[in-house]
Every structure is written in C-alpha cells, then in structure tokens.
Design a protein around this ligand. Structure first.
Ligand code: NDP
Length: 328
C-alpha cells in the first residue's frame, strides 16, 4: 500500500469542515487506494467539537483513514503536511467594518503561511477556502517565501460547478456534456462566469450568450449570487456544496484534468490575460497532477474584458486595503 498523505484541515469543526472531512477520509479526494492522515486544526474553543468529529470519523472504520489528530497550534498541525485545506476564517460579524474583516483574516493567514513555510513537507499544496479566499491565499503565499507560490490556490470550483449546473438546465443536457466554462476573478459577487468558449452538448456557449438578457440578468447573477440565495432559502450558508467544490479542486490538482478539458481555480497571476502579476485570480486552468497551468490563448471579447477587469480591480483594492492596514 501507498504511504499516507498528510491532510490538514483548518476550521475543521465548522460547517464546511464537517461536510468535507468524512468524504476526504473515505477517499473521495485523493482516491480510494490512498491512505490519509487527517489533522484537524481548530481554535481552542472548538477543540471539543473537533474531538467529537474525530470520534465520529473513528466510528466510520474507514479503511483509508490511517489516523486523526487534533491541534490548536498551526505549527504542529502543519508539520510535514502534504495537502492543506485552509477553511477556517473569521466571519463578518454584525457592525464589523470591511477593513476589520480583511485585517483579522490577513493576520490569520499570515501566521498560517509563516508556519507552513517553516514546517510543511517539500511537496505541500495549499487550498484556501476561507473568505476573502483570493486575498487570504495571496497573504499566505507572501508569508511563505520558501514555498513556490504556485503551490497556493484558492477555491472557485464551487462557482465553476454552479455555472455548469445552470448551463445544463438552460441547454437541457447533462452536466457531463458541458465543457469550456471559466470563472474569472475574485470569489465574490464580482466574479465573471464566462461561457463564450463553452459547449453544452451540440450548442456552443457563444450561441447561448447571444440571448444577452438571459446572460446578463439571469445566468451571471444566478451563479455569482448563489451563496446569498442559499442563505436566504436554507437559513445557513452553503456547506456541502462548498465542501464538494473543495474536494473537486484538490482532486483535480492532485490527479490532473482529463484530455484537453479545463476547470477554474484562483492562482497567483504570472501576468496572464492582463491580470497584474501576484494577484490571486481565478483563471481557466489545467493540472498535470502536479501543478496548475493557465489555459493560454483564449480570445477575450469586449464583454468579457470589462467583467474580468472589474473583478480584478476588486482584487487589487483588497490587497491595497490589507497593505494600508499593515502600515497604519
Ligand atoms: P464555514 O465552515 O461555513 O465557512 C468557513 C469559511 O469558508 C468561511 O470563511 C466562509 O466564508 C468560507 N466559504 C468559502 N466559500 C464558501 C461558500 N461557497 N459557502 C459558504 N462558505 C464559504 O464556517 P463556520 O463558521 O461554520 O466554521 C469556521 C470554523 O473555523 C470554526 O470552527 C472556527 O472555530 C474556525 N476558525 C479557525 C481559525 C483558525 O484556524 N485560525 C480562524 C477562524 C475560525 P463566508 O464567511 O464568507 O461564508
């Protein structure tokens, strides 16, 4: 049998963590033949909840689950880690200013980036889910100068999957017949789900996009504001679908994209598609099972350009706000 992969999950006792852990432990992320050691990192106040989850994981008697360990110290939780899911983040509380939220999270992700830099395994891969995910990933990467920055990515796979589901309904074809969708920009309401290169069975995305009313007033806002719609309907934010997106993201990164297909992930921009270098921005990406590669050469029409630029401007503003706070 293969040696186990060490997977650390932060915010493990949160709702997304709870929805993700059992599937990771059952082999949905890295394969049913891949043993995993699960490390749960939580705030001291949530350690008891994490212990309860560890008991439940134990009670599943999962063949791939080599061990479950619980930590409240990032340095210990990241020691020798191969796959990191940074899910825990400070949520916006009532009356909290945006700057306070950015600053609270910047400090969490700076600490975690520095700890990863010191103790993670040489092949470590880091996936950021906690919001503001793109900027949190940029900060973690900055504080881990010895880890290649390509090893940090942030989740836009849930947005990508949401776009696929909406296209499937629109075109009346199964999700397996949808390809070529891209989420550009920030994991926020400014994200741009691009279907101009997509296919939905026999129909091209460009054909579907000719109905501008549907594209602008229905498809794009439905995908970009799906999180709020779920909170309104369910009374709680998306958890199982966010966990599923996280698992899909890591699975694609670790096992690769089949054929010439692509997916979406937020990665450190090398300056591609006019996105300033260093921003963590969602792009069309492929994986060879080791690293993400941006799908090059897609034609960006005027409509898409304006939407991408707007989301990139928001990413620049987030980083600028964090930098301004740091020098305050
Ligand atoms: P959730 O598990 O519901 O969410 C965790 C994070 O994922 C939030 O930042 C949330 O953002 C984000 N997120 C990203 N995409 C989505 C999506 N599509 N839908 C919903 N959320 C999304 O939060 P809980 O409050 O239940 O749990 C958080 C846990 O993290 C707690 O157990 C807490 O103790 C822990 N924590 C750990 C920290 C650490 O390790 N240093 C720091 C802070 C918290 P959004 O808020 O925008 O929904």
């Amino acid at each position: 049998t293969k040696p186990p992969v060490v997977v650390t999950v932060t915010g493990a006792a949160g709702t997304i963590g709870y929805a993700a852990l059992f599937r990771v432990a059952a082999g949905a992320m890295l394969g049913r033949d891949q043993p995993v050691v699960l490390r749960l990192l939580e705030l001291p106040g949530a350690i008891s909840a994490a212990e309860g989850i560890a008991m439940e994981l134990d009670d599943c008697a999962l063949p791939q689950l080599a061990a479950v360990e619980i930590f409240d110290d990032p340095r210990a939780a990241f020691d020798g880690v191969n796959q990191v899911l940074l899910i825990g983040a400070k949520p916006r509380s009532k009356g909290m200013e945006r700057a306070d939220l950015l600053s609270a999270n910047a400090s969490i992700f700076a600490t975690q980036g520095a700890a990863l830099n010191e103790v993670a395994a040489p092949d470590v891969r880091v996936t950021v889910v906690g919001n503001p995910a793109n900027t949190n990933a940029a900060i973690a990467a900055r504080h881990a100068p010895d880890i290649p920055r390509e090893r940090f990515s942030a989740l836009t796979r849930l947005d990508h999957n949401r776009a696929i589901a909406q296209l499937s309904h629109r075109a009346g074809v199964p999700v397996t017949e949808i390809s070529g969708v891209t989420i550009w920009g920030n994991h926020s309401a400014t994200q741009y789900p691009d279907i101009f290169h997509a296919r939905a069975g026999e129909t091209t995305g460009a054909e579907l996009a000719r109905d501008r009313e549907w594209l602008v007033d229905d498809f794009i806002p439905t995908v970009a504001q799906r999180g709020s719609a779920i909170i309104a309907a369910r009374g709680a934010s998306s958890a199982a679908s966010a966990a599923n997106g996280t698992i899909d993201h890591v699975q694609t990164w670790a096992l690769g994209t089949p054929g010439d297909s692509w997916t979406s992930a937020a990665i450190v921009s090398p300056g591609a598609y006019g996105v300033p270098e260093g921003l963590v921005c969602s792009f069309p990406v492929r994986s060879d099972g080791t690293d993400w590669q941006i799908v090059e050469g897609l034609e960006i029409n005027e409509f898409s350009r304006a939407r991408i630029d707007a989301s990139v401007a928001e990413l620049e503003a987030e980083i600028a706000a964090v930098d301004a706070l740091a020098t305050r």
